[in-house]
Design a binder for this molecule. Sequence first.
Ligand SMILES: Cc1cc2nc3c(=O)[nH]c(=O)nc-3n(C[C@H](O)[C@H](O)[C@H](O)COP(=O)(O)OP(=O)(O)OC[C@H]3O[C@@H](n4cnc5c(N)ncnc54)[C@H](O)[C@@H]3O)c2cc1C
Length: 386
Amino acid sequence: MSSRQESYPEIREAVRRLCADFPGDYWQKLDRDRAYPRAFVEALTQAGFLSVLIPEAYGGSGLGLQAATAVLEEIHRSGCNGGACHAQMYTMGTVLKHGSEAQKQAYLPKVASGELRLQAFGVTEPTAGTDTTRIRTFARRVGDKYVVNGQKIWISRAEHSDLMVLLVRTTPREDCAKPSDGISVLLVDMREAVGNGLTIRPIRTMLNHATTELFFDDLEVPAENLIGEEGKGFRYILSGMNAERILIAAECIGDGRFFIDRASAYARDRSVFGRPIGQNQGVQFPIARAYIQLAAASEMVDKAARLFDEGVDGGTEANMAKMLASEASWYAADMCVQTHGGFGFAEEYDVERKFRETRLYQVAPISTNLILSHVATHVLDLPKSF
Ligand SMILES: Cc1cc2nc3c(=O)[nH]c(=O)nc-3n(C[C@H](O)[C@H](O)[C@H](O)COP(=O)(O)OP(=O)(O)OC[C@H]3O[C@@H](n4cnc5c(N)ncnc54)[C@H](O)[C@@H]3O)c2cc1C
């Protein structure tokens, strides 16, 4: 994968050096125990890699999404996983773009230093699924507080966050002019909320992702924790979702490069029938195909990140980047398992773990069908199906 002119070479080199301290056996043990990679997250925080998107005025390095994609791509290419903390990079974007100056001053410098972990993003609900306007978690204004009742599912890192950006209804859907009206964003202080109206229940999944279910039972949130205007929250989270899709696409590119690196090395070394397996075109061609698909997807990720940094509405490009990258990484994952034969299934090779991890990204944070539907109806002007 050396022909590509890589962006941010110094950042990439520094991330690679950091990741070298967290080799496969570190991740294998966490995976077995379903444990959180505290030491890895701490090292990334100390090195400043999680605050690249926070402006310098609030203590971050003020770089753009393109730099952030370089960080996450290298983490994943190294065999590590940014899923434990990538949201620390972008969840603060809702506060940065739509919060008051007082909220920015209160939270962003501490998020930048790592003193506060703002890495839980509560959107998905069991009955709404992808149809976000049908969320039912409701925040009722009572004096200077909101009282929250409802349920969320698949909320990652909730147990490892001090703050959560929470999407709630403040007006019932049927009383709104548009389904996306009447939705608001609250910043929930998890340290106060847990045990006082918020219950977190971990969900065991096929990968170690610290994801959970949340139950709200008369949780009180100070009204001053409302981000922006009441009822306008749906619009606020959209640009954050674009950032999330682009960053996760970069993780897929990193995963794909990991699989291609590993498969190429193994195909050169492993000798069967008296020659390296990589000498057989039946083994070479899938690796070459994975490389070509990944190179194309990578161009789209770069374009989407550039548009985001330029402030251009690049929602379609963010979606296309996520879809192409997640499909390219999945093809590469499957190819890598096949190239390794039996060893593709052995824990100590890390291929099976990365295979499980990269599968997530065709479903979360948005599934492929919804991206196809977006392009069909918003770009190609085909009739809406729902
Ligand atoms: C490990 C993990 C971590 C997650 N972390 C978070 C998090 O931190 N915060 C958060 O808010 N959410 C999180 N999610 C939720 C994730 O964003 C959703 O799972 C995802 O958006 C899909 O929604 P759903 O599961 O409700 O699927 P559904 O909406 O129920 O859809 C199920 C399937 O049906 C398809 N489908 C649905 N409607 C249509 C249609 N009209 N046309 C064609 N196909 C359709 C979908 O594409 C999908 O394949 C996480 C999920 C997982 C698994």
